[in-house]
Every structure is written in structure tokens, then in C-alpha cells.
Write a new protein. Sequence first.
Length: 129
Amino acid sequence: MQIIKTDNFREYNNDINNLHVKDAVKVTSSSNESFWVEIKKIRRKKIIGKVCNMLLNHELFNLNDLITFEIKHIKEHKLEANRFPDINDPEMQILKNKILMFMETYGRTPTLMEIEEHMIVEYRPIENL
């Protein structure tokens, strides 16, 4: 049996009323990190979904974790969850390896800005920029 996690997610004023299983929604954790979730079940006010991307702060959630939240926690909604990059895609594996190399070198998780500015193109230690 898989554990379903939850959090004190940020609340949004939204009028989303057309959610379906397999839709993609973005939620924001209590650590202020937004991430995509694929809806797996909808039961009245509660939604169960699977985390669809790697998080920088993986203390709360990891890729493929099941989480529960409510409609009021949805920041963004897309009709097709299959628009996410496949974690087995070679480019995603390269990015994952770059992040792991960064963590090994610096002993911490890179910030989103560091990933966007330095790591996607090629891995270079920040001091050498």
C-alpha cells in the first residue's frame, strides 16, 4: 500500500470546476515550491494525485509520490498530463545527473536560478563562471 502525503498547501482563488482524472494541476507546497501533479482520483472535495516532476526541496515530496489536496490549492490546470517530460527521457536523465553532480560538489540542492542559468546548458562549477 502506497502512502498518500499531504501538506499545508497555499490556497488560491480559482474557479476550476472541470477537473478530470489524468489532468495536470500545479500546487504550491508550504516551502513555497510549485510543482505539477497528475490527478489520479477525485472524491468530493479531496483530490489524490501523483507528483510529476523532481522538486528542489525533496524533504516533503519526491517524484511519483501520491499526495492529497483540494481544488482551492490548485494554482494552474492543464487538460493533459502527458505533456510532462518522461523521466526516462535521455535529456531528463542528463539533467538529473547534473543536479546530482552539483549536490555532490556543493553539498546542497541547487536553486532554480542556478539550474536555469548554469546547469541546463552544461555543468560548470559556479566559481568558474
